[in-house]
Ligand binder design. Structure first.
Ligand code: FE
Ligand code: FE
Length: 170
């Protein structure tokens, strides 16, 4: 696809994001399944539902901008999902694996936060106010998820992982 205008660039960025969200929609239930902490499991399940909405919101954006979103593969998300899959397949203790799941998931959220910030700014520059608003809404949900994961990790998983380690030493 030629990239001559800001519209072209926004289209390419949205296609990449559409691929990223769809990949994530498949990966998140597996992460939820692997999580031991009920809180973490719930957070992954809730974000799966949000991610479903992110895909729908992107479809809405695509319709508004009259662009086709399918056909591109986000290679960065492929890599991030692979790293998450490695954690899923790892043997290990509940809280340590849970902390590793959070580590992988937060990389994903940060990638999304960055990507949504970019497309929102482009939409704003193009005067696409409604589109910018929709993208900001998803961005807010990604940020909230990131913060929630930090809370679960620092409040529960890391202390539990450390306590487990002390038990082994006894
Ligand atoms: Fe998302
Ligand atoms: Fe997300």
């Amino acid at each position: 696809m030629p990239m001559e205008t800001l519209e072209d660039l926004l289209e390419e960025q949205l296609q990449d994001l559409f691929s990223a969200e769809n990949q994530l929609l498949k990966a998140l239930p597996k992460m939820a399944k692997r999580a031991s902490s009920p809180k973490l499991k719930k957070a992954f399940e809730m974000h799966t539902e949000q991610t479903r909405q992110h895909v729908e919101r992107l479809r809405d954006v695509g319709e508004r901008l009259e662009i086709k979103l399918s056909g591109k593969t986000c290679k960065a998300m492929e890599g991030l999902v692979k790293e998450g899959q490695e954690v899923i397949e790892e043997d290990g203790e509940g809280p340590v694996i849970d902390a590793a799941l959070v580590a992988a998931a937060q990389r994903v959220e940060h990638y999304e936060i960055s990507a949504y910030g970019t497309v929102r700014a482009m939409a704003e520059e193009l005067g696409e106010k409604q589109v910018a608003k929709l993208l900001q809404k998803t961005l807010d949900e990604e940020s909230a998820t990131d913060e929630k994961l930090t809370k679960i990790s620092e409040g529960e998983l890391l202390p539990a992982a450390r306590a487990g380690m002390e038990e082994e030493e006894e």
